[in-house]
Design a protein around this ligand. Structure first.
Ligand code: SAH
Ligand code: SF4
Length: 366
């Protein structure tokens, strides 16, 4: 029987596994602390556990992270890791250092079932959901790279998480929930839910549960203020139109002026960037504690959109700001290593495909 990875199991699941192997329940607490607070990868480091018990544990379990297949550093300090999982599938994780924080952009799926027109990930079909182990593993690998064990109380390299990598997190809800609850656990990695933001393209029926059961900050990829435009940009809109989406935002548990919902809005030249669009946006979000994050479009080969001009973005932002909403313009980070929003994995896949072509392998086999 293959060994069971401890990473990614909830405390309850770990108890069940321990009981099934006649390992006393109180050991869960100790093992949890070693794995998630100290970051050990090997049972021999668990000093308060007897040698005989450690032996018993390693006959059943492993403590296993994804492997780093490649790692790249941008000239702005952004790092991107291509991680390889047990079945050789891969996904990317990005670390974005800032003055007062370090944000890890975590993937939830390999590919995406949704087909947002401006997103390169949207041109790939879904390969599979990531497991909770693979989601928690992304954070643990980053912490390994920074040597950030045991979990520091103060400043951290990985101080914030955004579920904004590849995939739609609310289409992989159970695994994302399990992973985030592990990451937030006080006796382990202990990252506050206030430092975690989950971004959704608008899976309306899952939003309430996400707020109630996970309680993290919510970001919503709005990108358009009219249903006809949003139907085109974010086809999921045909299922869950703008009014329903905003209604779900209005009822998102825990949203307040100090915990605002972030509306992400990709700036696409002549598509969604007029002053009239900005004013309509203000009308739509009235009454919602909101912040509007304007994202300059990151182009990719074959994309049909252009980014709005800097002046246009500035004017759009100033309309929003004058109405009293924070409206930061997101600085593209890691563009030189294709780590910016909407560029993930496709790049590696493209590289792999071109390598296969170079090596004479027909594309159809890729
Ligand atoms: N699937 C989720 C989270 C991943 S995408 C979602 O759609 O919200 C994270 C953010 O990057 C989303 O707001 C997405 O719309 C945006 N994005 C995707 N492609 C982009 C691109 N080419 N340029 C700028 N932002 C992009
Ligand atoms: Fe999927 Fe998000 Fe990209 Fe849309 S923007 S295709 S939901 S990853």
């Amino acid at each position: 029987m293959p060994l069971q990875n401890i990473i990614g199991l909830s405390r309850e699941e770990l108890i069940t596994h321990f009981q099934a192997h006649q390992i006393p329940k109180f050991r869960v607490q100790q093992v949890w602390n070693w794995v998630y607070h100290h970051g050990v990868t090997n049972f021999d480091r668990m000093l308060n556990i007897s040698a005989a018990m450690r032996q018993q544990l390693q006959e059943v379990f492993v403590i296993e992270r994804p492997q780093i297949a490649t790692s790249q550093v941008s000239n702005d300090g952004t790092q991107k890791w291509l991680l390889r999982f047990n079945d050789n599938q891969e996904a990317e994780t990005v670390h974005i250092p800032e003055v007062d924080r370090g944000t890890l952009c975590v993937s939830s799926q390999i590919g995406c079932t949704l087909t947002c027109k401006f997103c390169h990930t949207g041109t790939q079909t879904l390969v599979r959901n990531l497991t909770s182990a693979e989601i928690v593993g992304q954070m643990m690998v980053a912490r390994d790279v920074f040597g950030e064990w045991p979990s520091p109380v103060g400043n951290r390299h990985v101080s914030n998480i955004v579920m904004m990598g590849m995939g739609e997190p609310l289409y992989n809800y159970e695994n994302v929930k399990k992973a985030l609850l592990i990451i937030m656990d006080n006796e382990g990695i202990c990252l506050s839910r206030r430092r975690i933001t989950l971004s959704t393209s608008g899976v309306v029926p899952m939003m309430q549960r996400c707020g109630e059961e996970i309680g993290v900050n919510l970001a919503v990829s709005l990108h358009a203020v009219r249903n006809d435009v949003r139907d085109h940009l974010v086809p999921l809109n045909k299922k869950y139109p703008v009014e329903d989406l905003l209604d779900a935002c209005r009822h998102y548990p825990g949203a307040s002026n100090s915990r605002r919902i972030t509306f992400e809005y990709v700036m696409l030249k002549d598509v969604n960037d007029s002053n009239a669009d900005a004013k309509e946006l203000l009308r739509l979000i009235r009454g919602i504690p909101a912040k509007i994050n304007l994202i300059p479009f990151n182009p990719w080969p074959g994309s049909t959109f252009e980014c709005s001009s800097a002046m246009r973005i500035e004017e759009f932002a100033s309309i929003i700001q004058r109405a009293g909403y924070p409206s930061p313009v997101r600085t593209p980070r890691g563009q030189d290593i294709l780590a910016a929003c909407g560029q993930l994995k496709s790049a590696s896949e493209r590289q792999r495909k071109s390598k296969l072509v170079e090596a004479g392998t027909p594309m159809a086999a890729a």
